[in-house]
Design a binder for this molecule. Structure first.
Ligand code: UD1
Ligand code: UDP
Length: 363
């Protein structure tokens, strides 16, 4: 093998677009042949197109348009669609990212057709198999030839599963994205003025994970806890609401507490600005746990486990739980912490290392 590999990149959701943008930019910089496949798992403008525009990701070569469906139906449609593309395009390597149904569908299609599979953000484990994301990431890791672990801890998880000979510690590509956009966000985002917020005088919330929103009692308790915190701290909590959570609110008729302010999901620059200037961030998102750690904002995770334990080890994150009293306790623990912890996710050159590994494999 001595030619530059033809790389197919499969993505489909908001975090995959944000975290694969640096890899796509690096592949382009080195003029490697690339086929970009969008599964269409996310399709609403605010979860999809805004990120292509803002992060300058080029138009996909293939849009599978799978849309929303049950896990089985969605994953099957992705598997079928990616298989067709791989048969038509014959790439040497396929890259998937993270832990979504797009990740698993892309991985399964690749594994059956035998081009090499690369998994970006490999080795994360929550040890909670009731989460669809945990199933997706474990299966994808075991199907992949190149495992791009963001941290030494993630590489150690892979080693425990006998996958150490395939793993490469690269750092997390979210650092590449945050470093590329945080100054732009500080200069150009007007979101604080638009929402009438003062730096340090508000908190931020994201909650969209199925186990939190689809259990309506749990979701109502989570909002109650955050609402009580808003009352106690005297700071409003801004909640850019994911469509899954919005649907759950409507369906269950849950009343949102006074101190919690619902807004539309924001673009990346506005979200980085909100995360940077919030006093405290409440979240069940994986990416938000990483970004707050990178940006120096204390984080309270509204879950009982995390596949990003490094954020807690360095003191940036408290994995609090979702009951109101647990949320209040977590918020008291984290409020006022200064973000002088070490960032465990690398130096912002993850994409470069990932492409180095791929190119070296074909020399
Ligand atoms: C998916 C991922 C999750 C990731 C999240 C990122 C899986 C199993 N879950 O969850 O790991 O954290 O993306 O945001 O892959 N919807 C829209 N517009 C869209 C997409 C979805 O309105 O563009 C609504 C639909 O009602 C849909 C619901 O959101 O049924 C859930 O969408 P889905 O893609 O199934 O999962 P997410 O919750 O987005
Ligand atoms: N994000 C955004 N606007 C929002 C909420 C989140 O741009 O209103 C970005 C955030 O910066 C992070 C990513 O979306 O990079 C996280 O995605 P999400 O929480 O949907 O998925 P997860 O990381 O949990 O898989």
């Amino acid at each position: 093998m001595s030619e530059a590999p033809h790389v197919a990149v499969v993505l489909g959701t908001r975090p995959e677009i944000i975290k694969m943008a640096p890899v796509l930019a690096e592949l382009e910089r080195r003029a490697l042949p690339v086929t970009l496949v969008h599964t269409g798992q996310h399709y609403s403008e605010e979860l999809d197109a805004v990120f292509f525009d803002q992060l300058s990701v080029r138009e996909p070569d293939h849009q599978l348009g799978v849309g929303s469906a049950s896990h089985g139906e969605q994953t099957a449609a992705i598997l079928e669609g990616v298989e067709d593309v791989l048969e038509a395009e014959s790439p040497d390597v396929v890259l998937v990212h993270g832990d979504t149904n797009s990740t698993l569908g892309g991985a399964l299609a690749t594994a059956k057709l035998a081009p090499l599979l690369g998994h970006v953000e490999a080795g994360l484990r929550s040890y909670d198999r009731s989460m669809p994301e945990e199933v997706n990431r474990v299966l994808t890791d075991h199907a992949a030839e190149f495992l791009f672990a963001p941290t030494e801890d993630a590489a150690a998880e892979l080693a425990r599963e006998g996958l150490d000979d395939r793993s490469h510690v690269t750092g997390n590509t979210i650092v590449d994205s945050v470093y590329a956009f945080r100054d732009l966000a500080a200069e150009h985002s007007t979101v604080l003025d638009e929402f009438g917020l003062e730096p340090g005088a508000f908190d931020l919330l994201t909650a969209h994970r199925a186990e939190n929103t689809d259990d309506h009692e749990r979701f109502a308790g989570l909002l109650r806890g955050v609402g009580e915190w808003a009352e106690r701290s005297g700071r409003p909590v801004v909640y850019p609401i994911h469509p899954r959570a919005e649907a759950a609110l409507d369906e269950a008729g849950i009343e949102v507490p006074d101190g919690v302010r619902l807004v539309e999901p924001t673009d990346f620059l506005d979200f980085l600005r909100l995360e940077s200037e919030a006093a405290l961030v409440f979240t069940d998102s994986g990416g938000v746990q990483e970004e707050t750690c990178i940006l120096g904002t204390p984080c309270v995770t509204l879950r009982y486990n995390t596949e990003r334990p490094e954020t807690a080890f360095v003191g940036a994150n408290c994995v609090a739980g979702v009951a109101p009293e647990e949320i209040l306790e977590g918020a008291e623990t984290m409020d006022g912490k200064t973000g002088d912890w070490d960032v465990p996710f690398g130096d912002g050159k993850a994409a470069e290392r990932i492409v180095d590994v791929l190119v070296a494999a074909f020399e």
